[in-house]
Design a protein around this ligand. Sequence first.
Ligand SMILES: Nc1ncnc2c1ncn2[C@@H]1O[C@H](COP(=O)(O)OP(=O)(O)OP(=O)(O)O)[C@@H](O)[C@H]1O
Ligand SMILES: [Mg+2]
Length: 291
Amino acid sequence: MAGVATPLPPCSITEIPRGTPKEGVPPVVEFKGVTKTFNANTSKAFTAIRDVTFSVEDVEGHGEFVAILGPSGCGKSTVLRQIAGLAPHHPPTRGEVLLAGKPITGPGPDRGMVFQDYTSFDNRTVLDNVAFGLECRGIAQKERYELAKEWIAKVKLNPVKDAYKYPHQLSGGMRQRVAIARTLILKPRVILMDEPFGALDPATRHNMQDLLIELWREVQATVFFITHDVNEAVFLGDRCYIFSNSPGTIIHQFRISPPDRPARHIMREKSFLETVYHVREILDGLEEGKT
Ligand SMILES: Nc1ncnc2c1ncn2[C@@H]1O[C@H](COP(=O)(O)OP(=O)(O)OP(=O)(O)O)[C@@H](O)[C@H]1O
Ligand SMILES: [Mg+2]
């Protein structure tokens, strides 16, 4: 059923009130019947996503955390890159992608992106990487360095010792902290994260998840977070979309209670494990249906 999102069985998944969307204010992000066919009208035409429809409302004082799950190749990154306004994923072949009610026309400072591969500039120090966006905005050196040091500390790096290191002198977890600081320092309205912790070991990953929740609460941005890790999606998301096999469309969406304790505690609880079990069943079913 194209474009029809259904809730999961009730189990431990709670419908949580999130406050009322601001009256007369358009959703932060809205997809209306979006289809993307790469190389359309050629013999290589390939439809990656089909009829994707969803809407993330603008709620007073609460940026939503949207986790996206789905089999490999179902079009998750395509959806994220459309929100980022990056070609060739943007523009869609059919349908509309709206940001605050307006069609997206390309990348913009209101959206920040963090990828799995560490995307810092190798020839810049941590300080200059974190301050990069402010430099592009023409902020004077003293002011941008002050703010960058604040953000280096917020992502739990050392603003004295780590600030003058180069990316090759950092661990994978440290480099992702730099990427997060570099994005959040610009206070984007929407943060797009494509498997940002995919390359990290489990303990580092838990620490990064806790850190992300802490910072997200502070900046109150809307986050779209792609992951293959069901635990991570259920822990981080207040809402989760599950995409079908290719061409991807949303086949399930549900709300989850917000994380109120550290990842390593919540992830051992019965209700959490039951939710993960249900979601995994759906994803396993999709993987089996692939062949
Ligand atoms: N620029 C492109 N040109 C042609 N096909 C593309 C292009 N980008 C992506 N695709 C195809 O579109 C489909 C969806 O790709 P996408 O990267 O969005 O999947 P994904 O769900 O993010 O996968 P994964 O979980 O493996 O990262 C894939 O079959 C991919 O090969
Ligand atoms: Mg991807």
